[in-house]
Design a protein around this ligand. Structure first.
Ligand code: SF4
Length: 339
């Protein structure tokens, strides 16, 4: 990579940096708060800036410091996380906050950050470089795509990760790792986008081999698609006196510890019954069709609670169950109109 590429990238970042609530503007004297950097990085995993921003403010308002978050009950943290998906993040967030509070603050090196729950290679490098100025190699999907394009690597990213990491390390080798990481995040989000990269606005165009090829979007090539497995389950709608019966899912596994509608396990294979009202929800590794069934009362041994329908938001239901209840209530409204 020519020596001029990084100064050009940093200059572009200083002029065009996105104004994000967790970010200290480039050139500012203020040191970024590791709590805010950490919180935003965890929230931004698999979730867009537009979705995260209002939720980030709400989190900070409720728990302004890592000590406040550590002292909060897990159920409240999970409820506040509702709708953001990937709920293991919220459980790890809480566990991590407890460990950080016990340590008296965030560790300031990539290696020690990586030892905390929910902090992987990328997040540890991002916090270490942005909040503590450590020279770390920050590689997320944006950086992978940019590096694959800069070098016109003709293979899918999943087949060349060590090579991409080694090439990315060159970008971070001469210091300013925090600004370089944020510059690449911005570049990946606004210019070197997965589709239709805006090479005419890119500070790295002069050194980019994918751009020189004339077909930058062809890099990195996509891997062959695998079919997503289908699963099926039943959820029970149990309503009494303007309240709906909810349960808490087991602490471990998908949607672990979250509020939920009671119902059957989710199973592979064809649906047991067809034709009744159902909602479909696509998770990362499978698609679920959840059939909805009315019941008069919960089974005797079932633990749960009656949630007033007027305060359904406060239950912290994941999107799957919000969709299911909305579909059910729409059907009820339709039936009332016909009657
Ligand atoms: S020149 Fe185009 S393909 Fe290359 S890094 Fe910039 S935006 Fe991406």
């Amino acid at each position: 990579m020519p020596a001029t590429a990084i100064p050009r990238l940093l200059d572009h970042y200083r002029r065009t940096a996105r104004d994000l609530p967790w970010r200290t503007p480039p050139g500012s004297d203020k040191t970024p708060d590791p709590y805010k950097v950490w919180l935003s990085e965890i929230m931004l995993q698999q979730t867009t800036v537009a979705t995260v921003t209002p939720r980030y403010w709400r989190f900070l308002e409720r728990w302004p410091t890592v000590d406040d978050l550590a002292a909060a009950p897990l159920e409240e943290v999970l409820a506040e996380w509702a709708g953001l998906g990937y709920y293991a993040r919220a459980r790890n967030l809480h566990l991590c906050a407890k460990q950080v509070a016990a340590l008296g603050g965030f560790p300031n090196t990539e290696a020690r950050l990586r030892a905390l729950p929910g902090i992987g290679d990328y997040t540890a490098a991002a916090i270490a470089s942005i909040a503590f100025g450590e020279t770390a190699t920050v590689v997320d999907t944006n950086v992978e795509r940019i590096v694959a394009r800069l070098h016109a690597i003709p293979r899918p990213i999943k087949n060349v990760r060590p090579k991409i990491r080694a090439l990315a390390a060159d970008l971070f080798a001469d210091g300013h790792a925090g600004d370089i990481a944020q510059a690449l995040m911005d570049l990946g989000a606004t210019i070197c986008r997965p589709k239709a990269p805006r090479c005419d606005q890119c500070p790295l165009a002069a050194v980019c081999k994918a751009h020189a090829s004339g077909t930058p979007e062809a890099y990195p090539p996509k891997p062959a698609k695998k079919d997503r497995p289908e699963r099926h389950g039943t959820a029970w709608i149990i309503e009494q006196d303007e309240a709906i019966f909810l349960v808490r899912r087991p602490g471990k596994g998908l949607l672990g510890g979250m509020a939920a509608l009671p119902g059957s396990d989710w199973q592979d294979g064809p649906p047991v019954q067809a034709g009744s009202l159902a909602v479909r929800h696509v998770f990362t590794h499978f698609a679920l069709t959840l059939r909805l069934e009315s019941r008069a009362t919960p089974p005797d041994e079932m633990e749960g609670w009656w949630q007033p329908i007027s305060h359904l938001d406060a239950a912290g239901l994941p999107t799957l169950y919000v969709k299911a209840i909305e579909a059910w209530r729409a059907l009820e409204r339709e039936a009332a109109l016909i009657a």
